[in-house]
Design a protein around this ligand. Structure first.
Ligand code: RNT
Ligand code: ZN
Length: 413
């Protein structure tokens, strides 16, 4: 008996079918964020990052051109099992000229569609409402300045059109997610006015209707960012209500809540009221620091809720972290493999048995079983998954990113 077969027997004894888990995992899509590859730089060659988010580190070899970013993504995807998607931001057009953000068109993203088609993957998309002179006041869609608001409304209209084009071309709905940096460093004199303006801006943006087979719209809330500590216009209450009333998806970023709040606990509540929700999976350390996703407790809890609620089709999983202090390709591989590992961990959990224990008030057995599960041979099932998916097993991928660093990344100036 090989290691996988032996693990399969061990799981079978507690009522878990590893074959079914592997089959389900193979169909689970995780959207890989392009911006880990270049520290959210984009291809505009202009402003530095703003909006209360920060990338730290200066590891050599970051992608500086579309060709480099695509090559790095290819390298990462060759080392990650599963059914991936790629998540793009509006600052990644492939154009010869400079195109203002409110003038972006589908044709500026044709190269990405070709890239996705060749690889048989879907694309997701985001307007970029930061790192731009029009965002310098800290307010975009909620600005009291009509010109500023108009510019960003037009930007979001342009990006939704591009998202619908992605969905149509690729035969898979594109998740279009709006996150804005708007907020105040000091205690504002008016908290409702900016929110009223944000609401009006969104109403105009979403007044354009598209086929849901092409585009799915989400809005992303946040509790605070660096430099906007006193008030965030796009708060959770704001967007949860806006999404519910307008039939949009709420996107929960697990770095965007108070550190004692858990997104894993929010997922089941949201699923009772929405057909679908979206996630930005990240690892906040003391604040929304966007560290590389590790296989930690909250990641496992998030995956457990998705699986336990039978909601793999209803929760759109995307990653959102950026670390420039390590090899960026390896960072993609580590974080994305961990997302799949967490889902596997959840799929290898006997949820039904645990639920009936809870309903019998038997918390002793829940605790005992869960602690025993921690030393079950999940790694052997994971290795089998990688083997079947034709990606490196165990640590073998590390030598691949090492070689890529030596031969490709370190040659970049
Ligand atoms: C910022 C939000 C947002 C961004 C990306 C780059 O706090 O999480 O999702 O990280 O759009
Ligand atoms: Zn996010």
């Amino acid at each position: 008996m090989n290691r996988y077969e032996s693990a399969r027997e061990q799981y079978r004894a507690i009522g878990v079918d590893t074959e079914k888990a592997l089959e389900t995992l193979a169909g689970a899509a995780v959207s890989i964020h392009c911006w880990q590859g270049d520290d959210i730089n984009g291809f505009e060659n202009t402003s530095s990052l703003s909006g209360g988010i920060q990338v730290t580190g200066n590891y050599p070899g970051k992608a500086q051109t579309p060709e480099q970013l695509m090559a790095d993504l290819d390298k990462a995807m060759s080392l990650i099992p599963g059914k991936h998607r790629i998540n793009l931001h509006a600052i990644y057009p492939v154009t010869g000229e400079k195109v203002e953000r409110d003038k972006l068109e589908p044709r500026h993203f044709e190269a990405w569609v070709a890239f996705a088609k060749e690889r048989g993957i879907g694309l997701d998309f985001n307007p970029t409402l930061f790192a731009h002179p029009m965002a310098d006041t800290g307010l975009t869609l909620s600005s009291p300045d009509d010109n500023v608001r108009r510019f960003w409304i037009d930007h979001c209209k342009a990006t939704r059109k591009i998202a619908a084009y992605f969905g149509r071309e690729l035969g898979s709905p594109c998740l279009h997610n709006i996150w804005i940096p708007d907020g105040f460093k000091e205690i504002p004199a008016d908290r409702i006015g900016p929110r009223r303006r944000l609401k009006q801006s969104l109403d105009e943006i979403f007044s354009v209707k598209y086929d849901p087979a092409y585009i799915v719209d989400s809005v992303e809330s946040k509790v605070f960012g660096i430099g906007v500590e006193a008030c965030t216009v796009g708060s959770h209450e704001f967007y949860m209500n806006y999404a519910a009333k307008n039939n949009l998806l709420c996107l929960l970023d697990n770095g965007h809540f108070h550190p004692t709040e858990a997104v894993s606990d929010k997922i089941p509540s949201m699923l009772l009221f929405a057909d679908q929700i979206a996630l930005h999976v990240t690892r906040p350390m003391r604040w929304d620091s966007d560290h590389v996703v590790l296989l930690d407790d909250e990641l496992k809890n998030i995956a457990a809720e998705i699986v336990r609620c039978d909601a793999l089709e209803r929760v759109l999983i995307g990653l959102d972290y950026f670390d420039a202090s390590v090899n960026r390709v390896a960072a993609w591989v580590v974080g994305t493999r961990n997302m799949y590992k967490a889902l596997l961990d959840a799929l290898l959990t006997p949820h039904q048995a645990l639920v009936s224990m809870q309903d019998r008030w038997d918390f002793t057995h829940i605790m005992a079983l869960r602690e025993e599960l921690k030393t079950f041979p999940m790694g052997d099932v994971w290795d089998e998954f990688c083997r079947r998916q034709n990606v490196p097993v165990g640590m073998d991928w590390i030598s691949e990113t090492d070689a890529y660093e030596k031969n490709v990344l370190s040659q970049r100036t």
